[in-house]
Design a protein around this ligand. Structure first.
Ligand code: PEP
Ligand code: MG
Length: 764
């Protein structure tokens, strides 16, 4: 059974589009279960009716036409109850109803199971048989398992097929939304420009071709070039390979025959597709066919076809390099955007970014945040090869890409965008006024940095210090560990840029989803694995070099603070402190006049919350990393778009933990700050002040908004709000409370715009 299940899912997965996926599904299920009829009904989001989308056994003309209301028939019962229905005499059920004219009344046995994806009913899967018999437990379990597995495939196929048809051609009248992970906040609107990595068949966009004859001729020219290359390789290897092995190259050459792959590609070009697109589409479809074969030898041929395809594509691409004309509002879209790709677009033209892969910690996202470019990462369902030239709206707050939005929706976003621009302009006046409450309580606003781009913006926005310098960023941008001297230079630049203001340097925080290309960490469960301080304590040579570089860099300025990430127990902290003291002693012995800086601990895991006093006692300050603390307290991966709705830094449990850390630090007489994204949320900032946080450290782009909100509240009002927030039982209630309070204080606009339900698609 398991094998049959796996094979069906694989076959369905490799289908071109939703329609063929469903066809394969019903055929294979009917075959494996030995039933006469198998049908998939999908729920239409517009009419809410269950439409027959694929069928094996009835009249094919019913597909796409026959439909049932949710209160009709047995299919309706399955949909309403969202549970299986297994009947040997379907006609005796009170809700029985049959489709006329196709002989459905002849089928007595009925087994229907709901198709549910992420809590939402997508449709109903039904098998029927003429014999009156109850399907046995195994059969029922098989169909339930099948449906649960296929639900994800159907949801993905629906999403990716949302804007195109079978031929991967775009239908200009369609609009769609795709969900990803917020990479950098903000709204951006513009035109999609696709970045294509070289010779990657899976990233080739579909584009029309104007000169068909020229394109066909060019394609055959490239094919010939590859043929010559392969003959060349074959000749060179003649002495080293046995006859049978050489025969492999003949197979290759025959695949390249004009009458084999060549003719199919030519046909596609003649249908109007450019050569690269035609090649990619034909090759990918052959690769899929080979991959789904049972025979191991034939399965392997998929690799050969892919290799040949890449070779031809490389020729097509070298001659086709185009000078990209970036439109004024470019939304850069790619399968995996890299930091260097961003640099290629003139800054004034770059409006937004969308990457199919990657997380909020990918280089592209880090750079985008520093540059203030709204970004979405991990938009896995976006059929990126089809979006070139399309109008897109990037909602970097919620991680949603709106493809070709309807004019009214576009206008709404345009209005929000304009409002945000105005707001930013208006805030400039706050740069030089103090960050203090109405009753004069000072709240230092610091910034989080990592790249040099952050520095200018931070100083420009009146930052009073750096609460988190992410040292892993310069490490991420290299091809090996930077040497002590290289690090010293980088760190000195940071310290100097802010001197005499304090700069808090965090020791290397890799692992989780931040892995260095030259030091890969591959684990089953990376966020609970080897990350942060755990890595550097296991590699004291890396830690010591880094601390030495920091201490040396600070000579003469003394504005350095050192902070330790991911501390989860006291011995870890003690070991790290020992190493820092050792590095300092060594330098003193070497005659370097480095002072021992203030040392702090990041509170990012629940154990550190409960031991905050023990930790605080041993260091000079605490700083909460609310990004990780939220993910560990709520058990919600911060980079998983499937559970993004559950990631709430204003969850009552997180608020209580934050308050407890502040109380613990206070009890030990140590200052406490916060450097997660929450500090840059203007509503949350008020709660944090009331909890007693001494410093808030945030992305420079949030600084003036937070300052504006602080200046419109008194400490008493903040304490009042906190008292009420701590009584709330859900994150949604806390958000609502804070939103209302900000509106009442006249600073509602400073919060992330409320892109209400009508601007956001429901959970897919
Ligand atoms: C945090 O976890 O809140 C934090 C500031 O660290 P990072 O986001 O770099 O993990
Ligand atoms: Mg962290």
């Amino acid at each position: 059974m398991l094998d049959a299940l796996r094979r069906i899912v694989q076959a369905v997965n490799s289908a071109d589009d939703l329609e063929s996926a469903l066809d394969i599904m019903v055929q294979r299920i009917a075959q494996v279960m030995g039933v006469e009829v198998c049908t998939v009904y999908l729920r239409s989001p517009d009419t809410k009716r269950l439409v027959m989308m694929a069928n094996q056994g009835f009249n094919p003309e019913l597909v796409g036409v026959a439909s049932l209301g949710e209160d009709e028939g047995l299919v309706g019962v399955v949909a309403r109850r969202e549970e299986p229905l297994n009947l040997d005499k379907a006609e005796e059920h009170p809700s029985y109803f049959y489709l006329e004219g196709i002989g459905e009344e002849l089928y007595h046995s009925f087994l229907g199971v709901p198709i549910i994806h992420q809590r939402r009913l997508l449709g109903v899967l039904v098998v029927q048989q003429k014999d009156s018999r109850r399907f046995d437990e195994d059969e029922e379990a098989f169909l339930v398992t099948m449906s649960a597995q296929l639900a994800g495939v159907i949801a993905h196929a629906k999403a990716t097929g949302a804007i195109g048809g079978k031929n991967r051609r775009r239908d200009p009248s369609r609009s769609a939304e795709f969900k990803g992970i917020p990479g950098a906040p903000g709204i951006a609107m513009g035109i999609a420009v696709l970045v294509i990595p070289e010779a990657d068949l899976y990233s080739v966009p579909s584009r029309p071709c104007d000169d068909v004859e020229g394109e066909v001729a060019f394609f055959f020219q490239c094919l010939q070039a590859v043929r010559e290359d392969i003959t060349d390789i074959k000749n060179r290897l003649q002495d080293r390979l046995a006859k049978e092995e050489q025969a492999l190259f003949d197979v290759y050459l025959s695949m390249l025959d004009d009458r084999a792959l060549g003719i199919e590609i030519e046909d596609k070009i003649r249908e109007g597709e450019w050569a690269q697109g035609a090649l990619a589409q034909v090759v990918i479809s052959h690769v899929r066919t080979f991959e789904s074969m049972e025979d191991a030898y034939l399965k392997e041929r998929a690799t050969d076809v892919k290799d040949l395809g890449r070779r031809v594509l490389a020729y097509l691409q070298t001659a086709n390099t185009r000078d990209i004309e970036y439109p004024d509002r470019t939304i850069l879209v790619g399968e995996e955007l890299t930091a260097s790709l961003l640099a290629e677009v003139p800054r004034e033209k770059l409006a937004g970014l969308v990457s199919v892969r990657g997380s909020s910690n990918s280089h592209a996202a880090i750079l985008a945040r520093a540059m203030g470019v709204p970004t979405i990462m991990g938009a896995v369902d976006l059929p990126f090869t089809q979006v070139e030239g399309a109008k897109l709206v990037v909602d970097g707050y919620n991680g949603i890409v709106h493809y070709n939005p309807a004019p009214e929706l576009y206008a709404r976003f345009e209005a929000i965008y304009e409002e945000q621009q105005q707001l930013t302009k208006g805030l400039e006046a706050l740069r030089d006024v103090p960050s203090e409450t109405l009753d004069g309580h000072r709240v230092p606003l610091w910034v989080n940095t990592g790249l040099m781009v952050d520095v200018a913006k931070s100083i420009d926005h009146g930052a009073e210090g750096v609460g988190l310098y992410r040292t892993e960023i310069p490490f991420l941008l290299r091809e090996r560990f930077p040497s002590e001297e290289e690090q010293r230079v980088i760190y000195r630049e940071q310290l100097q840029a802010f001197s005499p203001l304090p700069v808090t340097m965090r020791t290397l925080d890799i692992g989780g989803d931040k892995s260095l290309p030259y030091f890969p960490i591959e684990e089953e469960n990376p966020f609970l694995g080897w990350r942060g301080i755990r890595v550097t304590l296991d590699h004291p040579e890396i830690f010591l070099v880094q601390v030495r570089a920091m201490l040396k860099a600070s000579v003469g300025m003394d504005n350095l603070r050192i902070m330790l990430p991911m501390i989860s127990n006291v011995p870890e902290l003690e070991e790290a402190l020992e190493l820092i003291y050792r590095a300092h002693d060594e330098l003193v012995d070497e005659g370097v006049e480095a002072k021992l800086p203030p040392i702090g601990v990041m509170v990012e895991v629940p154990s550190a919350v409960y031991q905050a006093r023990e930790l605080a006692r041993r260091v000079d300050f605490l700083s909460v990393g609310s990004n990780d603390l939220t993910q560990y307290l709520l058990a919600v991966d911060r980079n998983n778009s499937r559970v993004a709705d559950l990631y709430h830094s204003m969850h009552p449990a997180v608020l209580r933990a934050l308050r407890d850390v502040a109380l613990a630090a206070d009890a030990e007489g140590k200052p406490v700050g916060i450097c997660g994204e929450l500090a840059g949320d203007p509503g949350a900032a008020i709660l944090l002040i009331a909890m007693g946080y001494d410093m808030l450290s945030m992305n420079a782009n949030s600084l003036l908004k937070v300052k504006s909100v602080i200046r419109s509240h008194s400490v008493e009002a903040a304490e009042n709000l906190l008292e009420r927030a701590l009584k709330m039982e859900s994150a949604v209630e806390v958000r609502e409370l804070v939103r209302n309070a900000m509106a009442a204080a006249g600073v509602g606009k400073m919060l992330q715009p409320n892109l209400g339900e009508e601007l956001r698609p429901p959970r897919q």
